[in-house]
Design a protein around this ligand. Structure first.
Ligand code: BTN
Length: 247
């Protein structure tokens, strides 16, 4: 039986589903709880950015309790896994060819359709990840964004409105399956799944990291989800950064 989505709490409008779910941990919600909202007024993105969250998008957060044995160095794997989950669900349900861009964007035809924000919290000695998933589903990019050439929505690619409940359900099923892999330490399967869906590997990339900017060829991902880039024969491991494809 599926664990994720055992409790789904739906809101019309919240600040951020990640924030609401964090507050709910203190009220006793447990592993697998999900918060969704039709609109977020203070949606958060990676690296302290804001995330536009108008009506029509799928804005959801999933609570994942990590066992005591979970090595927090592998946290990056959860974001990668979430990206593969969403790309797989989009492909399965709508036949739209979605891929993953390092570290955790989901792309369709070179444009971003989904972002992931994984935040770790410790509450009463238990480790949790709040996995925030933001998908441009039925919202039209041109209505909200002035950078519509770098973002897209599933409806725009699919050619018609999508059934968001179908997408949500498949994401929870696929994520549940991948969380089992993580629990069973089947890390290679998680990495291979991401590699197969990757639109980053093999490309020339420019990565802005907290320590500066690097330009090279995206060679592979490491066991902790870091990106390995080849800088003319020397391989550099990047744990955090913003990646731009140059090809
Ligand atoms: C990114 O690409 O920068 C990550 C975006 C993550 C957005 C989602 S929407 C649901 C959840 N709640 C938030 O405030 N952020 C995440």
């Amino acid at each position: 039986m599926r664990t994720l989505g055992n409790k789904i709490i739906r809101y019309e409008t919240v600040t951020s589903t990640n924030q609401v779910l964090k507050d709910l941990i203190g009220e006793g919600v447990g592993n697998g709880a999900v918060v969704t909202a039709k609109v977020q007024t203070a949606g958060r993105g990676r690296l302290d950015r804001s995330w536009e969250s108008p009506e029509g998008g799928l804005w959801m957060s999933v609570l994942l309790e990590l066992g005591d044995s979970f090595d927090t160095n592998r946290l990056g794997l959860i974001s990668l896994m979430a990206g593969s989950t969403v790309a797989t669900a989009i492909l399965m349900e709508f036949g739209v060819d979605a891929g993953v861009k390092w570290p955790n964007d989901v792309m369709i035809s070179g444009r971003k359709v989904c972002g992931i924000l994984a935040e770790m919290h410790i509450f009463q000695d238990k480790k949790y990840v709040i996995l925030g998933i933001g998908i441009n589903a039925n919202n039209k990019m041109a209505d909200t964004y002035d950078f519509s050439d770098s973002s897209t929505s599933i409806a725009e690619e699919f050619g018609k409105k999508i059934e968001m409940s179908v997408l949500e359900n498949t994401i929870l099923e696929e994520l549940d399956f991948r969380m089992e892999l993580l629990k069973n330490a089947e890390f290679d399967k998680i990495l291979d799944d991401w590699r197969e869906l990757s639109v980053t590997l093999g490309k020339r990339v420019n990565v802005v990291t907290p320590n500066g900017e690097l330009r090279g060829m995206a060679k592979d991902i490491d066991v902790d989800g870091s990106l390995l880039i080849d800088l003319d024969g020397r391989v550099e491991k990047i744990m955090v950064g913003d990646c731009r494809h140059l090809d």
